[in-house]
Design a protein around this ligand. Structure first.
Ligand code: HEM
Length: 367
């Protein structure tokens, strides 16, 4: 199967569309460079990116108007996420009485499964038309180096149709609000801290020639960029906690916790704990650069796990990291990012932690 690094080109195409979209919207919105709905633009970006990786084609979220399939899938993902946030916060009456919200929630998932199923079927038909024998599980058919994700999964023949659909749809939905909100927070940090933005711009300019697009190799030469995104994830982890059910009794901080109990690791609190991070609430991308003189004492690797840990950690981690690194590199190269929020932005819970007000960013073209 293709390595994640091979998706840079495709991810860059989506970013180019986002940049065109930003410029188009700036003219329409007429807010002196500010984008009327930045969240929406970033959701379109993460949605279009993950689908271009999974289905090797574009769904058309940035088309004007968006294609019906992109529009429908995208709206249902957003509504499903919104409804999940609501259901998580109310007592689970819906287990016994099918409440209106519960029915809506199921309806959104049904639509997502319908659309996902159609996309998978289309790909299956395309592969069969190329002569690929999907029922042949021989070693030859299993030689799958460098092939696209969906053909790989379909040709392995290890999962039932239902399992394939379930997994693909989880990937299609899991990568939308997580990456988009991390980018919202990162742009907020850059817009509020011109010194950090300048330093990042200098790093990006020193690695890329004029007009050159970044790829995963270029990103390797940008430790400050990775530090900026890590600081954004540390201070604004989009998933505030991850949980596990204990297999055996453990002692945690002197407390005996019996097997079968659920334990939560609260990433949001860990990140802001002075006993874990020096100057915990300060944004210091340098703290992640090992050779830097300003790097602080080593913290435990478990004090920063924005993608979780172990066999159930985020399966999309490498995709998410690359798409976010490419996006920030391109936006900082192209624009001066100014934040127009007067009041400090707080946090609200929408399954992921989101800004409690619109992040108001003006994108001013660099010379
Ligand atoms: C900034 C972006 C992202 C963050 C912060 C994030 C974070 C996480 C976390 C914390 C978990 C739970 C891990 C655990 O409990 O140990 C998770 C699970 C998951 N993530 Fe992500 N994620 C991101 C992007 C993505 C993307 C782009 C995809 C799709 C390609 C994705 C797909 C998934 C899936 C399918 C799971 C469930 C894995 C399982 O249960 O085995 N995520 N993610």
């Amino acid at each position: 199967m293709k390595d994640v690094s091979e998706y840079s080109e495709r991810m860059n195409l989506v970013i180019s569309d986002l940049i065109t979209y930003i410029k188009r919207k700036q003219t329409v919105d007429n807010l002196d460079g500010e984008l009327g709905n930045l969240r929406d633009a970033l959701y379109k970006w993460s949605f279009e990116t993950i689908n271009s990786v999974l289905f090797s084609k574009r769904l058309g979220a940035f088309n004007d108007p968006p294609t019906p399939i992109a529009e429908e899938f995208y709206r249902n993902v957003c509504d499903m996420l919104e409804t999940t946030g609501h259901l998580l916060l109310v007592p689970p009456y819906y287990k016994y009485i099918k409440t209106k919200k519960w029915n809506q929630y199921c309806g959104y998932w049904d639509t997502l499964f319908d659309i996902g199923g159609k996309l998978i079927d289309e790909e299956r038909r395309r592969l069969l038309s190329t002569g690929m024998d999907l029922s042949n599980k021989s070693e030859d058919n299993r030689r799958t180096d460098g092939i696209e994700f969906l053909p790989y999964v379909l040709s392995r023949g290890e999962l039932s149709d239902e399992e394939i659909a379930g997994n693909i749809i989880e990937l299609m939905t899991g990568g939308v609000d997580t990456s988009a909100n991390t980018m919202l927070w990162t742009l907020y940090i850059l817009g509020k801290n011109p010194d950090i933005q300048d330093k990042l711009y200098r790093e990006v300019s020193s690695v890329l020639k004029d007009g050159e697009l970044p790829d995963s190799q270029a990103i390797q030469k940008m430790p400050y960029l990775r530090g900026v995104i890590k600081e954004s994830q540390r201070l604004h982890p989009v998933l505030i906690a991850t949980s596990r059910t204990l297999e055996q009794d453990v002692v945690l901080s002197g407390y005996h916790v019996p097997a079968k109990k659920n334990v939560l690791a609260l990433m949001y609190l860990l990140s802001r704990d002075e006993s874990v991070f020096d100057e915990a609430t300060k944004i210091k991308p340098e703290r992640w650069i090992r050779t830097s003189s300003s790097s602080q004492r080593q913290h435990s690797p478990f004090s920063f796990v924005p993608f979780g840990f172990g066999p159930r950690m985020c399966i999309g981690r490498r995709i998410a990291e690359l798409e976010m690194e490419l996006l920030i590199t391109r936006l900082v190269s192209e624009f001066q990012i100014d934040c127009r929020n007067d009041k400090e932005v707080g946090v609200t819970f929408r399954i992921v932690t989101s800004p409690d007000q619109d992040i108001r960013i003006a994108f001013q073209k660099r010379n």
